[in-house]
Design a protein around this ligand. Structure first.
Ligand SMILES: NC(=O)c1ccc[n+]([C@@H]2O[C@H](COP(=O)([O-])OP(=O)(O)OC[C@H]3O[C@@H](n4cnc5c(N)ncnc54)[C@H](O)[C@@H]3O)[C@@H](O)[C@H]2O)c1
Length: 355
């Protein structure tokens, strides 16, 4: 029987960057905080329980694609909320390791749902960490004021150093107005997670809240995973006193959102409970920053040489990604509190303390 309003919470991938931060906000308020995490070597090189994970969390080390693991976890715990975070997260990596991304992100989700079916359990609330990657390039506005979906930049376009879509300007993405069009296998698998979970939940009278996260950064992010976490990567280069290499022309934009703001958003949706069969929210800072500005701020912090443009590029990279958080601010008891400047400084202090 539940003794707290949260009851039992099960978090897949809950020993990672975002999962550990959420545990610090909520584990104390739950009856049980159960984490399934395989301590992926690309994220957890020492294979040890991360110190950022709340001490109340019951960590089950195992893979979400393993049906027998799910059977034993669900025999011992009946979750009221499942926060689904476990994923392969390398956007560029997903173009050449597509099967691995699909297996964990797509099949891992369906294995979870089949196990719930075998256990006869229907958790009342699923919370999914989706991604800005589902939007791809989103929508742009041309000179005539008409919206267009420019699709994906081709390899040939990159070779010609045609970084932008000529004569058009990007618009912030939003759940209400942007049709998803992923440009990476990773983005496609995150969109598949949204559809799979909402289809299953709807058929079982459950509820799904989807948080489409922008670029999350901050203390606790893996320092060794070179496939994710550009802020962490840049910080380590500048700390060594080296010039940060910049792709394309430096004018790629991203919405960098601090980890504490993300954990607060999860806290808000978990505490509020579901607001309908399917709710989807954009979660970011609401501010776009160019990669050159980000790199320059980090370089200045460390007194490192100016960043340098290499003209290199990555197939599948989105040119501009930022979101409108207006609807999220209206619906959730949440607002981002961290500026990029303050967030960067906090991350540098954390990295220094890891030596
Ligand atoms: N960090 C971001 O900028 C960002 C942005 C958008 C969406 N997201 C989403 O948020 C979620 C969490 O991301 P994160 O930044 O905390 O990443 P992370 O890599 O730090 O955490 C993911 C966790 O999942 C675990 N995991 C991976 N494969 C697993 C498997 N097969 N079985 C069990 N556990 C497995 C890893 O060991 C890790 O602890 C992911 O779903 C990701 O797609 C993250």
């Amino acid at each position: 029987m539940s003794t707290s309003p949260l009851g039992t919470v099960l978090v897949t991938g809950g020993a990672g960057f975002i999962g550990s931060a959420i545990s610090q906000k909520l584990a104390d308020s739950s009856d049980r905080w159960v984490v399934i995490d395989n301590l992926h070597p690309q994220v957890h090189p020492s294979q040890e329980r991360p110190k950022e994970l709340h001490s109340a969390a019951e960590l089950v080390v195992g893979d979400v694609t393993d049906p027998s693991l799910w059977d034993s976890v669900l025999a011992a715990a009946k979750p009221d909320t499942i926060i689904h975070l476990a994923a392969e997260t390398g956007t560029a990596q997903s173009l050449h390791e597509a099967t691995r991304h699909a297996e964990v992100n797509v099949v891992g989700t369906t294995v979870m749902l089949d196990a719930l079916g075998r256990a006869g359990q229907v958790p009342p609330h699923f919370v999914l960490s989706s991604s800005r990657a589902i939007y791809g390039e989103g929508e742009w506005l041309n000179e005539e004021g008409t919206k267009l979906s420019p699709g994906q930049r081709s390899h040939a376009q990159f070779e010609r150093a045609e970084w932008d879509f000529p004569t058009a300007v990007p618009l912030p993405s939003s759940v209400a107005s942007t049709t998803p069009a992923p440009t990476s296998v990773y983005g496609a698998t995150k969109l598949a997670q949204e559809f799979i979970l909402s289809a299953w939940a709807s058929a079982h009278d459950s509820h799904v809240t989807v948080l489409r996260l922008q670029n999350v950064y901050g203390p606790g992010q893996s320092l060794i995973n070179s496939y994710t976490g550009i802020v962490t990567l840049f910080s380590q280069i500048a700390r060594r006193g080296e010039s940060i290499p910049i792709y394309e022309d430096g004018r790629i934009t991203r919405d960098f959102v601090f980890i504490d703001d993300i954990a607060e958003a999860f806290k808000a949706v978990v505490l509020a409970g579901p607001s309908g069969p399917l709710s989807r929210f954009d979660v970011g800072s609401g501010v776009g920053t160019t990669i050159m500005d980000l790199a320059s701020d980090i370089a200045r912090y460390h007194g490192a040489p100016d960043p340098h443009i290499t003209g290199a590029y990555r197939d599948g990279d989105v040119r501009h990604a930022e979101c409108s958080i207006e609807a999220t601010l209206r619906s959730l008891d949440w607002a981002p509190a961290w500026s990029v400047e303050r967030g960067i400084a906090s991350l540098q202090q954390w990295i220094a303390a890891q030596d």
